[in-house]
Design a protein around this ligand. Structure first.
Ligand code: PEP
Ligand code: MG
Length: 555
């Protein structure tokens, strides 16, 4: 067993607990074999397995509640589909063993679903999951997915799908460690929003035996198997000291009184309490597509209005992003164009909305209705805007729906380069550094091995932020990508002219303390120093040299 492993710390904090690995893929039962027993008994085994899976899914659904319950109950219904058992029974009657027969029967259903144009939809993934569960029961191998554990554990996986993490009990998971995933992957974003320490891109972690105790440092990225007790105590003391140094409260401001509103990134009303607890002054990014990841039909205006109102009534200021469908955030009711070779460069974000104007208009109307009579400043922005024409289109749609503040996300280098043109059409900017880095470096944000190119300290990315802030021409220009949650980088962003910072709620206290500990001038000098560097590591080092308050805070 290695002495220590290293990955990228993406959600700070210390977690100690035994490894529970997400079970690997369920093997495909081999074709061409015949069962020995009688067909009726074999058919009975298949039916029992499907029923076991259905009952287990329902039990998990009851425990999870909310949207996850609906998804799991829908999966249980798939397992109980009489057509499926009948098809498997026919194959068993022809001599196919139960596991293979079930596998093939699911294959037929899968083809039907794919043919209906739902091929990237959550439905197919859900169906595959049910199949794997049933086959696992029949083969007597572990069920796929997040393990059940009576005690708190460190979840180790190759990577985590949003569906896995949605069902996690934050009280049970003391840390995440994944072999893949970068700093802007949704695993990282979810870990931060749950306040669970996480290390991604940690080579070799999936070889650790289940039950091995790990000390996980979500800030440094170090993962220590079988740590000595003193080591655990030391790590915990360090983490507590860092937390204690960040008890600054109140609105975001630099040491010399320059206001920088500190806002929360949220995925729905369920994230509101954490945002309030960490002192968010409002919401800087409401990722509305997160509300509808599991939906196969477009949500209606009334349903949307209720979900938006639950957020709008909690804050004086909320920036809502219209649906960002496609690539890493597929929505079943807005499917990607068939056979798009590279969905990240395909029809997504605002491009997708333009193909489905009725979906966009319903959302805008729901937002306008939700804000009516509430004392909230509602701002609405579009994702993945490439140029001024797209910005103008979106602004016009917003005005038609009665929305006064229409902005755009700057996540495409072309938009950053021509920010001045976009500023003429939009009321405000919000820079999405996650995608801006992905597109600036041509490096997929979901590929852990490319995480170096995702480092938001890259001077080229800082240049694009600076150009955007300049081009905003006095209009508000926030950052809502993960870069805003790094205390040192937050100071640099302020120095580059960014006017607000929005992040996962648990990142707020450290950022608040960091900017309060420095003057605007210090932030500017740190920005100049970072941009003068020739790489991310050097930029970080040079900026830190201009920000002495960080070390004093243990940041
Ligand atoms: C971004 O791209 O930086 C961003 C904030 O949006 P998302 O992470 O949801 O793509
Ligand atoms: Mg984005």
């Amino acid at each position: 067993m290695p002495d220590r492993l290293r990955g990228l710390g993406v959600s700070p904090g210390i977690g100690v607990g035994p490894v529970r690995a997400i079970a690997g893929a369920v093997p495909e039962p081999p074709a061409g074999q015949r069962h020995q027993g009688d067909a009726a008994a074999e058919s009975g085994r298949a039916r029992d397995a499907l029923e076991t899976v259905a009952a287990d899914l329902e039990e998990r659904g009851e425990k999870a509640g909310g949207e996850a319950r609906d998804v799991l109950f829908a999966q249980a219904m798939m397992a109980r589909d009489p057509g499926l058992a009948e098809l498997a029974g026919q194959k068993i009657a022809e001599g196919t063993p139960a596991a293979r027969a079930v596998h093939e029967a699911f294959g037929v259903f899968r083809d039907v679903l794919s043919g209906a144009g739902d091929h990237i939809a959550a439905r197919v993934a859900d169906l595959d999951d049910v199949r794997d569960r049933a086959v696992a029961v029949l083969l007597g191998v572990p069920m796929p997915g997040v393990p059940d554990s009576p005690e708190p554990f460190v979840l180790v996986a190759r990577d985590l799908a949003p569906a896995d993490t949605a069902l996690l009990d934050p009280a049970k998971v003391v840390a995440f460690v994944t072999e893949e995933g970068g700093p802007t992957s949704h695993t990282a974003i979810l870990a931060r929003s749950m306040g669970v320490p996480a290390v991604v891109g940690c080579a070799g972690c999936t070889s650790l035996a289940d039950g091995t105790v790990l000390l996980v440092d979500g800030a440094s990225g170090e993962v220590r198997p079988d740590p000595a007790e003193e080591e655990v105590a030391r790590a915990r003391t360090g983490a507590t000291a860092r937390t204690a140094a960040r008890t600054v409260t109140g609105p975001g401001t630099t040491g010399d009184g320059h206001a920088v509103p500190l806002l929360a990134n949220i995925g729905g009303p369920q994230d509101v309490p954490a945002a309030i607890e960490h002192g968010a002054e409002g919401v800087g990014l409401f990722r509305t597509e997160f509300l509808f990841l599991d939906r196969t039909t477009a949500p209606g205006e009334d349903e949307q209005e209720a979900a938006y109102r639950a957020v709008l009534q909690a804050f004086p200021y909320v920036v809502v992003r219209t649906l960002d469908a496609g690539a890493d955030k597929p929505l079943a009711f807005l499917p990607a164009t068939a056979d798009e070779p590279n969905p990240a460069l395909g029809v997504r974000g605002l491009r997708m909305s333009r193909r489905h104007p009725e979906v966009l208009r319903t959302q805008l109307r729901a937002l306008a209705r939700a804000a009516r009579a509430l004392p909230v400043e509602l701002r609405v922005m579009a994702p993945m805007v490439a140029d001024a024409e797209e910005a103008a289109y979106f602004a016009e749609e917003c005005r038609a729906a009665g929305l006064a503040h229409a902005g755009v996300m700057i996540e495409i280098p072309a938009a950053a380069l021509r920010a001045r043109d976009l500023a003429a059409a939009a009321d405000f900017f919000s820079i999405g550094t996650n995608d801006l880095a992905q597109y600036a470096f041509a490096a997929d944000r979901q590929v852990g091995t490319l995480s170096g190119a995702q480092d938001p300290w890259q001077p080229a990315l800082l240049d694009l932020v600076a150009l955007t802030a300049e081009g905003a021409d006095g209009k508000a220009c926030g950052v809502c990508g993960e870069a805003a949650g790094d205390p040192a980088l937050a100071c640099v962003l302020v120095g580059l002219g960014v006017t607000s910072l929005s992040m996962s709620p648990p990142a707020l206290p450290a950022v608040r303390a960091a900017i309060r500990a420095h003057t605007t001038d210090q932030c500017r000098r740190a920005a100049v120093a970072a941009r003068a560097a020739h790489g991310a590591a050097e930029a970080r080092e040079r900026a830190r040299a201009e920000l002495p308050g960080l070390a004093a805070l243990g940041l």
